[in-house]
Design a protein around this ligand. Structure first.
Ligand code: NDP
Length: 337
């Protein structure tokens, strides 16, 4: 079959494209400009015309994907801004929501062969930062907190809330559109919800400063020791390896039972100290400000329930040690560490 991947040049998406090609799928990837096709063509040249790249300049336009969906059997929608530099929340919300709406609409109108659409959502659509701890979030939870924050505070809401609201509103828009048009289409919907995504990268990055948000955070916090005491001690999140969330997209196409589900795809909780601990073991030059830290004795006030993923997809997650090793090797190979 042929799979459309939007935002094919992104950190997670390039791994998705790689795994799809390896599994024998044909891929049509969309990028925002012709210049962004060069690296991908070079990377996957051994696959010849199994990879096709098309330019969709503005994903928010009605009909943006009308041509791109023609003849494809499935769609993976990954294009959406992930950064903490927005002033007006609509800088993130508009492309997230309208991009999702436009690809579903194009699929409904011009994608008669489409059987499944997978939207790369996020745990940002699930986690609410005002919940009493300890808490275990599941697919039943929706992050209405961040939506309320941007609605009431606008520009003054926090950077994470602006981003999280964009992902929550986009995922809600996807489910709403699907519910409205279910009876007219032959496809079903899957939303994948990963927490922080870390690990090596294949996409085009000119320098560490130009890395995507989550890989740059890891590089700065773990390898460079560039981390605030607050982030070192108090912050606790969850993470998944980029290759695991990318392969989850392939599984989400292959597993019939996955249809009509949002699925949390999460390896473990973490604090930055956990990755510093692993990285320091692998590369002693990594600064370790807390040598007595022992990951075995730590507790996790905020967790995700991944039982649905285990039942529907069955991913064997990479460990912190594996991800740290492969990421360090990658940075060393590039001369960045
Ligand atoms: P990247 O920044 O590497 O990828 C983002 C992709 O979206 C790129 O292809 C980018 O294109 C495209 N994009 C960004 N803004 C726009 C826009 N306004 N219009 C059209 N396309 C746009 O990051 P990731 O690979 O990490 O992100 C991919 C997806 O994964 C996003 O939906 C993100 O929300 C989600 N996600 C990521 C997590 C993480 O920790 N990395 C965690 C959970 C979810 P261009 O290169 O042209 O800007």
């Amino acid at each position: 079959g042929k799979v459309l991947v939007s935002g094919a040049n992104g950190y997670i998406a390039v791994w998705i494209v790689k795994f799809l090609l390896e599994q024998g799928f044909s891929v049509r990837g969309t990028v925002r400009s012709e210049a962004k096709t060069t690296h991908l063509k070079e990377l996957f040249k051994s696959y010849g015309d199994k990879l096709e790249l098309v330019v969709v300049e503005d994903i928010t336009k009605d009909g943006a994907f009308d041509q791109a969906v023609e003849g494809v059997d499935a769609i993976l929608h990954t294009a959406s801004p992930f950064h903490f530099n927005a002033n007006d929340p609509s800088e993130l919300i508009a492309p997230a929501v309208a991009g999702t709406g436009s690809i579903l609409q194009s699929a409904r109108k011009f994608g008669p062969n489409v059987k499944r659409i997978v939207v790369l959502s996020s745990c940002a659509s699930i986690v609410e930062s005002n919940r009493p701890l300890p808490v275990t979030f599941s697919e039943e939870d929706w992050n209405n907190y961040s939506i309320n924050e941007v609605e009431t505070k606008g520009d003054k809401s926090t950077a994470p809330d602006k981003y999280r609201a964009s992902k929550t509103l986009a995922e809600k828009a996807a489910w709403r559109y699907y519910e409205l048009h279910k009876s007219e289409v032959k496809w079903d919907l899957v939303c994948l919800n990963p927490p922080f995504v870390f690990g090596p990268f294949l996409h085009e990055v000119a320098s560490p400063e130009a890395l995507n948000t989550s890989a740059k955070d890891w590089y700065n916090s773990v390898l460079k020791g560039n981390i605030t005491p607050q982030n070192l001690k108090a912050f606790q999140g969850s993470w998944v390896d980029v290759r695991d969330i990318a392969f989850a997209h392939v599984l989400a196409l292959q597993k019939q039972e996955a249809g009509d589900n949002r699925i949390i795809v999460c390896a473990d909780p973490f604090r930055w100290q956990d990755f510093i601990y692993e990285a320091h073991k692998i590369a002693p030059e990594v600064p370790n400000p807390e040598p007595s830290y022992d990951p075995a004795t730590t507790d996790w006030p905020s967790k995700y329930d991944v039982s649905k993923e285990a039942k529907l997809l069955g991913i064997k997650y990479k460990t912190r040690a594996e991800t740290a090793k492969d990421t360090i090797d990658d940075f060393k190979k590039r001369g960045w560490f």
